[in-house]
Design a protein. Sequence first.
Length: 288
Amino acid sequence: MWVSDECFLLTGPTNIGLVRTGEGQAVLIDSGGDDSSGRRIRKALEAEGLTLQAIYNTHSHADHIGGNAFLQTRLGCRIYAPDRETAFVRQPSLEIHMLYGSPAPDEFNHKIFVARESQAEPLSSASLPEGMQVIPLPGHSMDMVGFRTREDIVFLADCLVSHETLSKYAISYLWDLDRYKETLQQVCGMQARLFVPAHAVPCTDIRPLAMENLRHVADTEEKILELCREPATWETLLRGIFLSDGLHMTAAQHVLVGSTLKGYLTSLVSRGAVRYFFEDARMLWERI
Ligand SMILES: [Zn+2]
């Protein structure tokens, strides 16, 4: 659906933006989860009589780059991704290697981690269409960015999640807690004609949802600190989070929640709230 003269949104599991940049030309902000998403985008382009110039990936997670390969092969478009995310878009198997820490058993090579390879180039201001700006939004992933279009529509990628997701889960995926919080604080003060989070309903006032995400992060920190009242291994802390949330342990959840938990612990250690020590061939975490 068109939400302005130049911006067409394809809403779904990942909200995707098609931005008209000139007569009959458009660029894409993210490409969805797989080939079927690529097909849906191609249909929308055809229906609107638009030629795709380029895809701008906000970050390298598979649900944002999964349509890249289909569209690049069929339409020959260029693909841009921010800084270190570029390597992951070019080699998506790096994602599970990073999360797991070595070549992982097959069960971990799930489609939520591994997209098809595509030929991405590093994003620079020179590679942007006229009037479009990059907004650094690190934290959820290493170098995630958002985009502000020349019509003042802001794409926020995964820097926050919906109220429904917050109600359901105590912990949502992030890479670097400190950067994640700084980004959310920045988002709290943003103004735009329309905000488009990748996994929440587009809105004109993002502050309430950004504040709710910040409060949720603070609650999660408290929960982890409570679990660290007695010295505990990382696996014990992970179990505590799964039990309190009623989460079902799967290979995917284990690496996602496990990696996020490590992100929280690193931040808590750097702030002097938690310490770790080695005892009896175990690494133990304890509240200070
Ligand atoms: Zn993501």
